[in-house]
Design a protein around this ligand. Structure first.
Ligand SMILES: Cc1cc2nc3c(=O)[nH]c(=O)nc-3n(C[C@H](O)[C@H](O)[C@H](O)COP(=O)(O)OP(=O)(O)OC[C@H]3O[C@@H](n4cnc5c(N)ncnc54)[C@H](O)[C@@H]3O)c2cc1C
Length: 431
């Protein structure tokens, strides 16, 4: 049997499953106008949310993407909508004090509510559902640490949670692999392809020009704003936003030095009996463990016969067949009974990590940026898109606790060769 052949369906695709419901454009005849009030580089969630707000406030807006609209992580992610940060609330209290911790975590709540509000306001049919999240512990000490962390959040932020012991966890997830966990009932999930499509439709309806297949290769200052160089010509804008996150490249070397691309991998199973799948994940939550380097899984939105499973973030392997093998093995550690599971889609996407593990919003030499979501860009990109627009419009609501200096490190010029080693080290720490 050829390597990998048994776990991939004969017509397995290496594009995201989400693109089936929200197909991507393969060409564009749109030409960017020579002048706009605002130019936005990047057509993911961040760029589009900013574009919608700005266009509705009367600004002419052009969004540039090097590839088709939505090429980046916004249509490749898992669709988890929660309040996630790589720094724990307790850790922030210890390192920076309670006020700082509350300011940061309150903004995570603002981001969560921004998605809920955007979905409702734009009437986006993306299966947004507050189905709750189950965070699994991979050891007894982790379970205790989670209980401490979430008790602090409940006490200071008023966010309720429930601990679920190892004995009780079968009501959420039918495996002995985990050591209990924490359930947060109001966390949500959505279909990333449909969320992005809803934003794209809303942006176009608001009059935004979406210039797909138009890479911005360089930007420079002009007397009245900025000039952007693309293979299709030069464009000018008074204001400029970079919303390129894990895809930040040579167009803005300053940003490239500060955002590390992390590859993340995801799969969707071939259809299986819905009752069988539900018996494995009876809680029907978004499931994710509490490690630094996480495994995550959920029943697919809009299709209860398919399992979404992802992980191995930071691994570097261009051959998705090999990554599929590794993910399949991880699934079997959790559900040994799924040895017959086949993948219909296996794909990858780039997250944006920062050296201080915070998302960042700010200005550099007059241009605006929002990046570095470290795996939480569905809510944070939505919120920062709004905030970027408010900053440019001079309206209240643009301020952010995440507007802090964004560090780089000496000798880092944008090649994250060390990421797999760092992730290996973190995984060992997780264990
Ligand atoms: C597998 C995976 C699972 C994830 N799961 C979740 C999750 O469940 N929940 C969550 O909150 N987050 C998750 N994330 C992270 C989340 O998807 C991202 O943080 C978020 O989508 C970033 O959105 P964005 O709009 O800032 O950037 P992106 O959507 O990445 O878009 C950036 C765009 O910029 C374009 N671009 C870059 N350079 C140029 C240039 N020079 N000229 C023109 N265009 C350019 C790119 O082509 C790209 O389309 C996940 C990420 C991955 C990869």
């Amino acid at each position: 049997m050829a390597f990998g052949s048994s776990i991939l369906s004969p017509d397995c695709s290496f594009d995201p499953f989400w693109w089936r419901a929200a197909p991507h454009e393969t060409s564009s005849s749109v030409q960017a106008p020579p002048k706009s009030d605002v130019a936005i580089v990047g057509s993911g969630i961040t760029g589009l949310v900013a574009a919608i707000e700005l266009a509705r406030a009367g600004r002419s807006v052009t969004v540039f993407d090097a590839q088709e609209p939505g090429h980046g992580a916004s249509t490749r992610n898992a669709g988890y909508v929660g309040r996630t940060l790589k720094h724990g609330f307790g850790e922030l209290i210890d390192s920076h004090g309670l006020d700082f911790a509350k300011a940061i975590y309150s903004e995570l709540m603002e981001a969560f509510l921004a998605v809920k509000d955007t979905v409702a306001r734009e009437n986006i049919q993306c299966d947004f559902r507050q189905q709750g999240r189950f965070l699994m512990a991979t050891g007894p000490a982790m379970y205790e640490a989670m209980a401490r962390e979430f008790s602090l959040r409940e006490k200071h932020l008023g966010e309720p949670f429930a601990t679920v012991s190892r004995a009780e966890q079968k009501n959420e997830i039918a495996t002995a692999h985990y050591f209990g966990g924490v359930r947060i009932d109001d966390h949500a999930g959505l279909h990333p392809g449909l969320y992005h499509k809803g934003l794209l439709d809303a942006a176009r309806a608001a009059g935004v020009t979406i210039a797909g297949f138009t890479p911005v290769s360089r930007v420079g200052k002009t007397e009245n704003g900025f000039a952007l160089l693309t293979p299709k010509g030069k464009a000018e804008a008074r204001d400029l936003i970079f919303a390129t996150n894990g895809y930040s490249g040579d167009a803005l070397p300053w940003l490239k030095r500060r955002v590390m691309p992390f590859d993340a991998y995801q799969t969707v199973s071939a259809p299986m009996d819905a009752a069988r799948l539900r018996s494995l994940l009876p809680g029907d939550r978004t499931f994710i463990d509490w490690n630094f380097n996480v495994d995550w899984m959920r029943i697919a939105p809009t299709d209860p016969t398919r399992l979404i499973f992802g992980g191995l973030t930071g691994a570097r392997n261009a051959d998705l067949r090999i990554m599929a093998e590794r993910l399949h093995a991880r699934i079997l550690r959790i559900f040994p009974e799924l040895s017959d599971l086949r993948f219909d889609n296996v794909w990858t996407g780039k997250c944006g990590g920062t050296f201080d593990l915070y998302p960042h919003i700010g200005q550099h030499e007059g241009l605006h940026y929002a990046v570095g979501y470290c795996f939480a860009g569905v809510p944070m990109g939505t919120l920062f898109g709004r905030k970027l627009a408010r900053r440019i419009l001079g309206q209240p609501g643009g301020e952010s606790a995440f507007d802090r200096p964004m560090p780089s490190t000496p000798l880092y010029w944008g090649n994250p060769w060390f990421v797999p080693y760092a992730i290996n080290w973190m995984s060992r720490k997780d264990r």
